[in-house]
Write a protein of this length. Structure first.
Length: 303
């Protein structure tokens, strides 16, 4: 029997509602006063791994997202042939800790993949992500055209497109972009990260990039997003290269709303109002998330 892809699985579980209504209520243990979890967590500290641990604790722990036996895809941004110090790629320490927490939560397999712009093996090596992930038993994989499958994106701009099946044929999907400047979209964070999950002639999508980001974010639906802002490339992104363009913010921003994460990250890390970013306005209008929440819904942790 062929394995269902992630989209089919998520669409299918809604049918359980009818069946469970017939089961005795005593089978379910309902917590009377469940803890109120923040919508977004911002951790600031010089230990990148501890930032990850504190963020996940504040969100209810990795077991809130990962179940025993899950196959998990953790998607970084490692598109460029750059070292971690140059601020163009997701920090390897952040990636290593996230993968470890997935295993601790019971994940069967944790996979890592990105469709790079520069030569893949150099990107994976110079970013140091491949070595960090392999060290703790994560599976590092390269994109390959044989892994592409045309899928119904159902977007305003993208109707059908070739997608790497690895990102949909998993149980859970975690997005771990880096916060940085981008010459076209002004910022590259959670929503822009999904360009690394598709194939085809991606440059054809640049003309209507703002709506494209909305289409891709709606399609992939990450279970969890952790925005790496330990180092932030504030100019000459997305590739960078000059250490003078990088600021150490020692931050990690986490949550389940990619629109809110990008809005908060743009404002706090790159000093840009969400109103300056058309893709965020379109995403909020489409119901994919919000650009503002009550301050009580944001948990800030300084280490």
């Amino acid at each position: 029997m062929d394995k269902k892809n992630r989209r089919e699985f998520l669409a299918g579980i809604s049918s359980l509602g009818v069946a469970t209504a017939l089961w005795p209520e005593k089978l379910f243990a309902v917590e009377e006063n469940p803890p109120v979890l923040p919508e977004l967590v911002h951790v600031k500290g010089k230990d990148a791994a501890e930032n990850v641990r504190q963020a996940m604790n504040a969100l209810g722990g990795m077991k809130r997202f990962i179940s025993k036996g899950d196959v998990v895809m953790v998607k970084p941004n490692i598109s460029w042939d750059r070292t971690p110090e140059q601020g163009a790629t997701t920090d390897p320490i952040v990636m290593k800790e996230i993968v470890q927490l997935c295993f601790d939560a019971g994940a069967k397999t944790v996979r890592v993949m990105d469709h790079t712009c520069n030569e893949a093996r150099r990107c994976y090596t110079r970013s140091e992500v491949a070595a960090a992930v392999k060290e703790i038993g994560g599976v590092v994989e390269f994109t390959d055209d044989r892994r592409l499958v045309e899928m119904d994106i159902g977007g305003e701009i993208i109707k059908k497109w070739k997608v790497y099946r690895d990102f949909v044929e998993v149980d859970k999907l975690i997005n771990v972009p880096i916060a940085k400047h981008h010459g076209l979209t002004k910022v590259s964070m959670a929503m822009k990260s999904w360009f690394g999950a598709i194939g085809g002639k991606r440059n054809q999508l640049h003309q209507e990039i703002d709506q494209v980001l909305v289409d891709l974010t709606r399609f992939f639906k990450a279970d969890l997003t952790l925005l790496d802002a330990y180092r932030v490339l504030v100019r000459n992104g997305p590739q960078g290269g000059n250490l003078g363009d990088v600021l150490k913010k020692h931050s990690l921003i986490a949550g389940t709303d990619p629109v809110l994460i990008d809005a908060y990250g743009a404002e706090k890390m790159l000093l840009l109002s969400p109103k300056e970013l058309p893709f965020l306005q379109l995403a909020e209008k489409a119901g994919l998330g919000v650009t503002r929440v009550d301050q009580k819904q944001i948990k800030r942790i300084k280490l």
